[in-house]
Design a protein around this ligand. Structure first.
Ligand code: PXG
Length: 304
């Protein structure tokens, strides 16, 4: 059989290729993104062995910098990964990446990988962890999503059991979340809510979950198997300041169906309303007043 010549993989045009002018910080130096290379022997690539953070820059300031740095050191500690720099050096690296690209409002992706090693999963086979800082613009939900709210599904894919890799570790393996997001896309929905192996709600694919019912704001406890979200913490504080009772509660799917309001929180999305789950409308299927109020409070908080 005669087959048509195949185009070379190396000459394909990637529509998502980064801006070639972007400078990235890699292991101590700023380099053009076109020159930044990750080895095929990096355990971050070979095994997903590494941790990351996603951080916002608002008006030239790194938002909740200390909290994100603390969390990446905790994630690293949990996987016995020694970050080869101090928190202060990490702050400097983030600032350098931000300034080199003149980012005033944007996003920082901070990652630490196990580094180049031998083939083999033992951490002793990789001795030089690698640190990368990317400061760039961020892809957000379009404004109309905040107006209309998200349509969600219950994911068949479960959130990682807390006795596997703890969901508190922001690890380089997001496949559970990726598969849950794919389920949502395949169902024509925007987002998926993941449950834990005991049937309790945990969070969205990259955002924490809140429901409001009869004057009380509920969010699953960290012990349910969620990322201990920095935005979640801020929203709990803002709600308390408004005089709203906040509880960490075990929630089942039913609780979400019959909630007065539902929303998600995260670094990228900030606060985004949820208006349906599995095609059951949350109340009248429109973003609710508490969600709107907390969104205003959050925007005021992060703008200060
Ligand atoms: N749950 C999960 C699983 C997350 O990954 C959150 C909750 C919210 O946490 P914070 O601390 O951000 O409020 C996250 C955060 C990205 C991206 O590029 C993902 C996150 C944050 C920023 C960017 O997909 N996830």
């Amino acid at each position: 059989m005669i087959t048509a010549p195949q185009p070379s993989l190396s000459t394909r045009v990637n529509p998502f290729a980064p801006d070639p002018n972007l400078q990235v910080w890699q292991d101590g130096e700023l380099i053009p993104v076109t020159e930044a290379k990750v080895s095929v022997f990096d355990h971050g690539l070979l095994y997903g062995d590494g941790v990351f953070e996603g951080i916002r820059i608002y008006n030239g300031k790194i938002f909740k910098e200390a909290e994100h740095i603390e969390r990446i050191y905790e994630s690293a500690k949990c996987i016995a990964l020694e970050i080869p720099m101090t928190p202060e050096q990490m702050r400097v690296a983030m600032r350098q990446a931000m300034e080199a690209n003149n980012i005033v409002d944007g996003y920082i992706r901070l990652l630490v990988t196990r580094g180049v090693g031998l083939l083999g999963i033992a951490i002793q086979k990789a001795a030089c962890p690698s640190v990368i800082v990317i400061a760039a613009s961020i892809e957000l939900y379009p404004a109309e999503v905040y107006e209309r709210g998200l349509n969600c599904i219950t994911a068949g894919t479960l959130r990682n059991h807390p006795q596997t890799v703890s969901p508190r570790v922001k690890s380089l393996n997001y496949l559970n979340n990726i598969l849950a997001k794919l389920e949502a896309t395949n169902a024509g929905a925007d987002e998926a809510i993941l449950f834990n192996p005991n049937g309790y709600a945990t969070e969205g694919t990259g955002d924490n979950l809140f429901i409001y019912k009869k004057g009380v704001l509920h969010t699953p406890p960290v012990s349910c198997g969620i990322l201990d979200g920095i935005t979640r913490e801020i929203v709990m504080e803002l709600a308390t300041k408004r005089g709203i009772e906040v509880r960490e509660s075990l929630l089942i799917r039913h609780d979400i169906y019959v909630a007065d309001e539902v929303f998600l929180t995260g670094t990228a999305a900030e606060i985004v309303p949820v208006v349906s789950l599995d095609k059951r409308l949350i109340k009248d299927g429109k973003p609710g007043p508490i969600t709107k109020q907390l969104t205003e409070d959050f925007i005021a908080y992060r703008s200060n």
